[in-house]
Design a protein around this ligand. Sequence first.
Ligand SMILES: [Zn+2]
Length: 276
Amino acid sequence: MTGESKFISGIVPPAETKEPAWWFAFQGTQLLVYQKPDSVSIPCLVDFAELGLIALSQNYLGRLDDRDCYAVELAEGTALPPGMALEGLRQVYGRLDEPLFWVATRAVQIVDWDRTHLFCGRCGTPLRAKRTERAKECPSCGQLHFPRLAPAIIVLVERGRELLLARSRHFLPGMYSVLAGFVEPGESLEEAVVREVKEEVGIDVKDIKYFGSQPWPFPHSLMVGFTATYAGREISLDDSEIEDAGWCTADHLPPIPGKISIARKLIDSFVEKQKK
Ligand SMILES: [Zn+2]
């Protein structure tokens, strides 16, 4: 996911540092970037205060190659330095170096978790950060609070030389994709694949194979990708979720999701396979 670069997660920042670090600063889910004509970059500074901006919180993320990385929360309405802007992660994909983009997807989730987990959900006591793992601990009742992560399956269903594509009600006009849905408590990933496909389009699947996974920070999912083979029944739509679905061949595809998504990687992989 990060090409040649290597990210090593960490909790405790270095005691003292004189080297510049990457600063992933968010106001809500908007990332602070330097805007250039065809790209964006993020601040690389020894101290975030050099920008003259106030950080409401600061979390150490780890190291990307030889640089430390921090997540920072900016106050609403902060006035930005010249040449800087706040942009959503989807907007910066393809314009920010990809290794930095994927660290930014971690950073936005840590900032959100830090901001929304101030008090113990069991007893209401202010929480404090643990130094041994990415968690907060209640000093009163001992309850641990971890960053939220919602696993979801995403599955490409094949039928011979065709694949199943569907349109959710909340997609952009005309766009189709493979099926996806959240895993329920107590369910295996494979069971979630079978249930989601059945619920959304009414068909049976078999030969479920793992494809790959991808963090999806909108807001805190982990997408686990699979392929599966059609095993019977006609398509019948769950009209609360899906407004259209059908079988397509690789040479007649409707508009599909962009390269940021594992949905696209699943579809591209299917298309490649048809060429062989
Ligand atoms: Zn508590």
